[in-house]
Design a protein around this ligand. Structure first.
Ligand code: S3P
Length: 428
């Protein structure tokens, strides 16, 4: 599907965004292995989360859609999953395959898990390597580096492990494996990464303690089913923040957005760039903070982003490249090599597409450098079948003269199926 977007005069309004993708995955996985019923409110019905849902259903969890935003999960208990009748398919979802690899390693049956063309090219050793130390038996393609992964359920032992790269997916896979291991598993993080796993495990009464940078989990403790309220996904809200922040007179309010401090890098950066941001109605529900966020556009200035911030805005970096084209001065993003290992190589991809639109952008090994502001011009752009690329380019198109075509835009279904409809509501 191709989407055509024209430059806009104004963006204004009040919206809410769908449930957080990372938290939705975790709600399904933990709800399925908990004891008793869990009810998950504002669950994200996007392709990635539905892959996790189907994998867990295939292993015997009873998951029922009550209405568009609520699902009910009948947990099978820590040792109640069953061998699936077929190969598990994680689709495009790195979170699904990595978290489930941790889960499947500690089962009493064997499984195979795979994914689409993009996922089968993404690195899996980062998760299999530490799992081997826990006693997992996993075989993969090309010297065990890629999916499909064939996993022989095993008895796991606890480890103490320092992550070589900050990754919430790897951390979570190990914490999940730690649930099935004897003794205390200790994970040490080199930099901050999203902590939704720790928060939800704590909420569901796992034996977990966080004394940053260490996370400790003691295995064999049964999780308790819970009422889980998922906040709006800040990574989805970010596209509208960006759309509104670059022009004086633009104003939006997004209600009930997740403001977990491991995810709010985009707000910190937008503030530093000059956007006017007001946070109200802060509350904590199901151990995750949420708030209403009002953004008003302003004259933006360029910024430097490196190591300390990267983990808190990793998925927003292509969007920050777009914003930087509208900011005065230079923006430099460094220490972001991880972006090359996402659904596509997001450094090469965003540099190529923004160049087509006239941006002054230079690729670096670990990021990019942009000089702004530039009056962008419409172009025919590739999404690389990557949802975050498609939505970032849509925001660039709003600030461009003429028409922009975004190819293969159906990939937005991965995280935000209603994105274009909500965008239309805001364009005045
Ligand atoms: C995610 C973690 C991040 C992020 C991804 C979702 C998660 O990946 O980029 O979109 O749900 O744990 P890494 O853990 O690989 O950094």
């Amino acid at each position: 599907m191709e989407i055509i977007i024209e430059g806009i005069k104004k963006i204004e309004g009040q919206i809410s965004v769908p449930g957080d993708k990372s938290i939705s995955h975790r709600a399904i996985i933990f709800g399925a292995i908990a004891q008793g019923e869990s009810r998950v409110h504002h669950f994200l019905h996007s392709r990635d989360c539905l892959n996790t849902l189907e994998c867990m259903s295939a292993m015997g969890a009873k998951i029922e859609k009550i209405n568009h935003s609520m699902i009910k999960i009948e947990g099978v208990g820590l040792h109640g999953l069953k061998k699936p009748a077929h190969i598990l398919d994680a689709g495009n979802s790195g979170t699904t395959i990595r978290l489930l690899t941790g889960l499947l390693s500690g089962q009493h049956f064997n499984t195979v898990i795979t994914g689409d063309n993009s996922l089968r090219k993404r690195p899996m050793k980062r998760v299999t390597q530490p799992l081997y130390l826990m006693g997992a038996k996993i075989r993969g393609e090309n010297d065990n580096r890629f999916a499909p992964l064939s996993i022989k359920g095993s008895k796991l032992n606890s480890i103490e492990y320092t992550l070589p790269v900050a990754s919430a997916q790897v951390k979570s896979a190990l914490l999940i494996a730690g649930l099935f291991a004897g003794g205390e598993t200790v994970i040490i993080e080199p930099q901050i990464s999203r902590d939704h796993t720790e928060r939800m495990l704590n909420f569901m009464q796992a034996d977990i303690q966080v004394v940053s940078p260490k996370i400790k989990i003691t295995g064999k403790k049964v999780l308790q089913g819970a009422e889980i309220f998922i906040p709006g996904d800040i990574s989805s809200a970010a596209y509208f923040f960006a759309a509104a922040s670059a022009r004086k007179g633009f104003k939006i309010i997004i209600k009930g957005v997740g403001v977990n401090p491991t995810r709010t890098g985009i707000i910190e950066i937008l503030k530093k760039m000059g956007a006017v941001i007001e946070i109200s109605n802060y509350q904590i529900k199901s151990n995750e903070p949420r708030a209403d966020i009002k953004i008003e556009g302003n004259k933006l200035v360029g910024i430097e982003i490196n190591k300390e911030m990267i983990g808190k805005l990793i998925d927003e970096l292509p969007l920050i490249a777009v914003l930087a084209t509208q900011a005065h001065g230079k923006t430099v993003v460094s220490d972001a090599k991880e972006l090359r290992l996402k659904e596509t190589d997001r450094i090469t991809a965003i540099v190529a597409e923004l160049k087509k639109m006239g941006a002054l952008i230079r690729e670096k090994e670990d990021g990019f450098e942009i000089t702004g502001p530039t009056r962008l011009k419409g172009a025919v752009c590739e999404s690389y079948h990557d949802h975050r690329m498609a939505m970032s380019l849509a925001v660039a198109a709003l600030h461009a003269d003429g028409k922009t075509v975004i190819k293969d835009a159906e990939c937005i279904d991965i995280s935000y199926p209603e994105f274009f409809n909500t965008l239309k509501e805001l364009i005045k």
